[in-house]
Design a binder for this molecule. Sequence first.
Ligand code: C5P
Length: 414
Amino acid sequence: MELSGKHLVLGLSGGIACYKAAELCRALVKAGATVQIVMTEAAGHFITPVTLQALSNRPVFDSQWDAREGNNMAHINLSREADAIVIAPASADFMAKLIHGRADDLLSLMCLARPLERVPLIVAPAMNREMWAHPATQRNVAQLKADGVHVLDVGQGDQACGETGDGRMLEADEILQELISFFAPKRLAGQQVLVTAGPTYEAIDPVRGITNLSSGKMGFAIARAACEAGAAVTLVAGPVSLPTPRGVRRIDVRSARDMLQAVQAQVDAASVFVATAAVADWRPAASADQKIKKDGSGDTPALRFVENPDILATVAQSPRGQQGQRGEAGGLFCVGFAAESHDLLAHASAKRERKGVPLLVGNIGPATFGQDDNALLLIDAGGATELPRASKLNLARQLIAEISRRLPPGAPTR
Ligand code: C5P
């Protein structure tokens, strides 16, 4: 569980987004965190302490005069034991209070009393779009950031007031993702990671084509894990319907040749390249401009194929790919994947040599395509390491740790 061992104070200030805080509380507990709810009086107009006590499994605090604490100093006790204080929702008024160091209720008092070095403050703003866009709010956000507060983005869309625009609080699972990222070790800080994912689609005519069963899940998980580890991540994705991981820049492509073009346009900026895409080996030699019609004669169209470019081999054999292979700073560290049906070690080792990559990740194709879990075999010059069956996200995080250990020491290459 991603947040196990973490103790979070979840603070609610007044706003309709309080209903999302209930879901957030549940998601945090499910991710293994212990959650202490602290709410303002205004928050109590939107959601009751009963709901939040039931979800957090702890009594809720909402007053600085609460006599339950032995020393009567809830603001001190609660903030000292927290790994972070998360304010969700953070109203415009509450943010204004924070920047002035006001402390006239338990939540703001606790934020002011927290040990700055040890207890980070994370706020998820939530308000009407005009309130969000107001120069006063924007000034306050800038000041909070300057004070070292981690201010999350706002969402965009329909608002409870009937208006549409920026200012919605992020959804519970988005805030959860942000918190997981926040606590993740920044093993790839300063690195630029380029990932290919999913299948490619090779057109036969405007309505038909050839593709494969790759779901893109492994590549998307790797992009997410790299982003959690502090890298700037670009994901070149074939046709899949997966949501883009938060913070990842995504470029959608269709064919192998589109994918190669997108990769070549991005690769100079990258320091790590991870090729997870199941690129079609062949494409129809010609793609018809119009739909090929059945003429009733029983004749079938003749399909001829030509080989697609090998994106990984092209990149790995470039001068920077070769520098990366030799472990030189400034090189591009390339990671390939091999989906095999049998004899994984032998085939994957041969593929590592053939492609010219320092690290090749083998898996059993039929056992991974479309699945949520997988098992990996990592092969480098030193031998093979097994990553036993686990969720793709878990494996992706382990793989990112393995990649970071193999990067040349010192400053990031780009
Ligand atoms: O040769 P094979 O398809 O088995 O190699 C798999 C590895 O090469 C994967 O990392 C895949 O993303 C990459 N690849 C590629 N371009 C191709 C074929 C494979 O980048 N045309």
